[in-house]
Design a protein around this ligand. Structure first.
Ligand code: GLN
Length: 486
């Protein structure tokens, strides 16, 4: 049997419910694992062992009483540090929020608390979720559990590394252009970005509001469905959260894809995609064909403009979202007070890192009078074209299969001085955010000891088919059972 910290949510729940293990024991095992391994991986910005043990005891009381205990009761979960947690430091990996203790919980955090999950801590990320390697954290980089001199991907690199290294049972991340799926791929775990509007963004520190979405990072597809169940649904505090019935996503976990139509868009295999990665995806398509699915190559011609479109829209939204960090209400304030304007300037100059500053400047430029039509408006028009490409593809196909990341994890420092190379890490995931679609990444192979991820993209609100395809593939393979040696 696996050791306690290695368990999935569903395995741990089984033991907790039969009272073969207590949440206290499970939580203790995860905390011991953190003590042993975290100094090498550095997945967490803040650890909350006391809170975790207190929540575990509360969960044990419920589990003993037998009623009121759910699937997440007593399960240790890690939270990305851009999700507000009442009473627990929430930094967004930025100096400007290094002392910020929110007085409220994000909607998803509230939901997990109501279900009596246990919080292990807040995970490292790229500052304000801007990046693809977790090297933009203002504090320290996280390392890839499979190879410690490689990046875990980003921006939810801390959450993905924590799941891969068994420093929690599952985690939440956020995804604006790939930040759940790309680190999940690089760390060999499952990550899902739900349809835009599925999950309330209330209490998620905003990066680019029309693209941001919260989602699960887990050890297998079953856990992904479970955790998704726990966080979805309408919340009146986020006007973009949608009032649609939330299906029980675990009902989609059936290994059945007969007659399912799979599109394999050739633009996602263009220049920059490693041949080993492309091969792994083609092999995975064959596995699904073996199970009765029908696959064919297709084309989404406008996807090519995804990256360019994103790097106008996301900085534009970020420049306005980040205007609130002014040293007045909360967060960092400069010691060099020189009148109001001077104070704001110095606070922002000291508090934001280089990548964030660059994006604020690009975004402000793209929105300014005289340039708005040429950049922001044009990018919005391109957004529509990309969305229509997907609409057309989904008239013929039930899902699209692509690589998640064009390459496996790269070495720390390898791309920090090459912003274009860094941005290309998200070339396969960004179009999905632009179109607001659900997509999941799961492990489908290895190259030189590093995991390869496959992306399954679905129709709007059709997370169920995505999960069914992922589950079918997972049942037919055993990539998800491999563990890094630490
Ligand atoms: N790497 C992309 C960016 O830097 C996406 C990040 C994200 O999804 N938060 O914007």
């Amino acid at each position: 049997m696996s050791e306690l910290h290695q368990l999935t949510i569903h395995e741990a729940h089984h033991l907790l419910r039969r009272r073969e293990v207590s949440s206290r024991e499970l939580t203790q095992a995860v905390l011991e694992r953190i003590e042993a391994v975290e100094p090498r991986v550095r997945a967490y910005i803040t650890l909350t062992p006391e809170l975790a043990l207190q929540q575990a005891e509360e969960a044990d009381r419920l589990l003993q009483a037998g009623d009121g205990a759910g699937l997440l009761t007593g399960i240790p979960i890690a939270l990305k540090d851009n999700l507000c947690t009442r009473g627990v430091l929430t930094t967004c990996a930025s100096k400007i929020l290094q002392n910020f203790v929110p007085p409220y919980d994000a909607h998803v955090v509230e939901r997990l608390r109501q279900q009596h999950a246990v919080f292990t801590g807040k995970t490292n990320m790229d500052e304000f979720a801007m990046g693809s390697s977790t090297e933009n954290s203002a504090f320290f980089p996280t390392r890839n559990p499979w190879k410690l001199d490689c990046v875990p991907g980003g921006s939810s690199g801390g959450s993905a590394a924590a799941v891969a290294a068994d420093l929690c049972i599952a985690a939440l991340g956020s995804d604006t252009g790939g930040s759940i799926r790309q680190p999940a791929a690089m760390c060999g775990v499952v990550g899902m970005k739900p349809t835009y509007g599925r999950v309330s963004r209330y209490g998620l520190i905003a990066y680019a509001s029309s693209l941001d979405q919260i989602g699960p990072i887990t050890k297998d597809v079953t856990d992904c469905a479970l955790l998704l169940n726990a966080i979805c649904g309408k919340d009146c505090r986020d006007s973009t959260s949608v009032d649609l019935p939330v299906p029980d996503f675990t009902a989609a976990l059936v290994p059945e894809v007969r007659g399912l139509r799979i599109g394999v868009p050739k633009e996602f295999f263009a220049q920059g995609v490693a041949p080993e990665v492309a091969q792994a995806i083609h092999d995975a398509v064959r596995v699904l064909e073996g199970a009765g699915a029908v696959a064919e190559e297709t084309s989404l011609p406008y996807v090519e403009y995804g990256l360019a479109c994103y790097y106008i829209l996301a900085p534009a939204e970020a420049s306005s979202n980040l205007a609130r960090y002014d040293g007045v209400k909360y967060g960092w304030r400069t010691q060099k007070l020189e009148g109001h304007i001077g104070m704001v300037e110095k606070t922002r100059g000291e508090g934001f890192g280089a990548e964030v500053k660059q994006r604020i400047m690009i975004g402000t430029y793209a929105l300014s009078a005289g340039y708005y039509d040429a950049y922001y408006l044009k990018a919005q028009q391109v957004r529509t074209l990309i969305r229509r490409d997907f609409d057309r593809a989904f008239e013929r196909y039930d899902v699209l299969l692509t690589p998640t990341s064009p390459t496996v994890a790269f070495r720390l420092g390898e791309k920090v001085d090459d912003p274009l190379a860094m941005k290309l890490a998200d070339v396969c995931t960004i179009p999905v955010n632009i179109a607001g679609l659900p997509a999941l990444s799961l492990p489908c192979g290895f190259q030189d000891g590093l995991p390869i991820g496959m992306q399954i993209i679905g129709k709007p609100w059709d997370e169920e088919t995505v999960l069914r395809v992922a589950y079918t593939y997972e049942q037919a393979t055993d990539w998800h059972r491999r563990k890094p040696v630490l």
